[in-house]
Design a binder for this molecule. Structure first.
Ligand code: G4P
Length: 285
């Protein structure tokens, strides 16, 4: 699976992220629960140094609940504070704030030892495009008060917002660039909507997606589209069955495969097809 990508964008995004990180004490890395591996950026660890981090698995409502539990365990096993959130409803957001306060403790303790009091912990949300950063920020900001806008390093238009006692959030998220080198990662980011559609082939993406779903979630596909297929069936035949079942036909009864591509992508991305997780959690849980 090929993504046409531009290393220049990555360099710029990395430089920006490094600048923004200087402003904060704690980082929330938001991951897409459907693709926790593919939506993470391994370079973040290096950039963070010893800055504490909380992992927030978002879009839980669209992910496979069993695999989500396994993923949570995987993160816990590696010693990372992790929580699950559904920013579309706000579920889990309170617990996430509590997790931030907890990882910030060593920082505030250090300040106290130095005699620094009444200083707020500053937090920033980071993640790949479309993972739900702005939705989370809007939820957290809500009716909360904007603190001082003028602080060194804060770009015009950015603001700090008090979201809990002693906790200030930067209201602009940090955008992490996706890692495209691995075709599997590129595929996962493309079908979940983290990558703009003009840099990959949608038809190939949908073929791969359907092949994957035919193996890991065949029943959801059968029920959702009211079709039958064997797992070994060529994907084009399954696409033809979807076209017939859904009336994706052009004049003269010709199958409209473009329409099927559009339909499957939309159904997958909205969660209408089912709750799917494409990145497999590690086996040793
Ligand atoms: P970003 O800042 O990281 O780029 O992402 P953003 O918040 O803009 O969210 C991207 C899309 O994901 C939005 O949908 C948003 O509503 C949706 N979203 C965010 N969190 C969740 C979640 O927990 N569950 C589900 N199901 N969806 C979530 P959109 O269709 O692009 O926009 P809209 O029509 O919802 O406004």
């Amino acid at each position: 699976f090929k993504i046409q990508w531009f290393p220049g964008h990555m360099t710029k995004a990395k430089r920006m992220m490094e600048q923004q990180l200087k402003l904060v004490d704690v980082v929330v890395e938001m991951l897409d629960a459907r693709i926790p591996r593919s939506s993470s950026n391994p370079m973040l660890i290096q950039m963070l140094g010893d800055k504490p981090k909380v992992v927030a698995l978002n879009k839980i409502d669209m992910a496979d609940p069993e695999k989500t539990e396994k993923w949570l365990q995987t993160f816990k096993n590696s010693g990372l504070p992790v929580c699950k959130v559904d920013c579309s409803t706000g579920k889990g957001v309170k617990q996430m704030v509590a997790a931030i306060q907890q990882v910030a403790r060593p920082v505030t303790d250090k300040w106290l030892r130095k005699g620094v009091r009444n200083r707020s912990i500053r937090v920033m949300i980071v993640g790949v495009p479309n993972v739900g950063k702005s939705t989370l920020i809007n939820r957290l900001v809500g009716k909360n008060k904007v603190v001082a806008a003028d602080r060194p390093g804060v770009t015009r238009g950015q603001q700090w917002v008090t979201i809990a006692k002693g906790l200030e959030l930067l209201d602009t998220p940090g955008v992490l660039w996706p890692k495209f080198e691995d075709p599997e990662v590129g595929f996962c980011l493309a079908v979940t909507g983290a990558i703009k559609e003009d840099v990959y082939d949608r038809e190939t993406a949908v073929e791969l997606l359907l092949e994957r779903l035919m193996h890991i979630y065949p029943e959801d596909l059968r029920v959702k589209y009211a079709i039958d297929f064997s797992e070994a069936e060529p994907v084009r035949e399954v696409m033809a069955k979807i076209a017939v079942a859904r009336g994706c036909l052009k004049a003269g009864g010709v199958l409209d495969i473009d329409k099927v591509i559009q339909l499957v992508l939309r159904d997958f991305r909205t969660g209408r097809l089912g709750r799917f997780t494409l990145d497999e959690p590690s086996e040793n849980n």
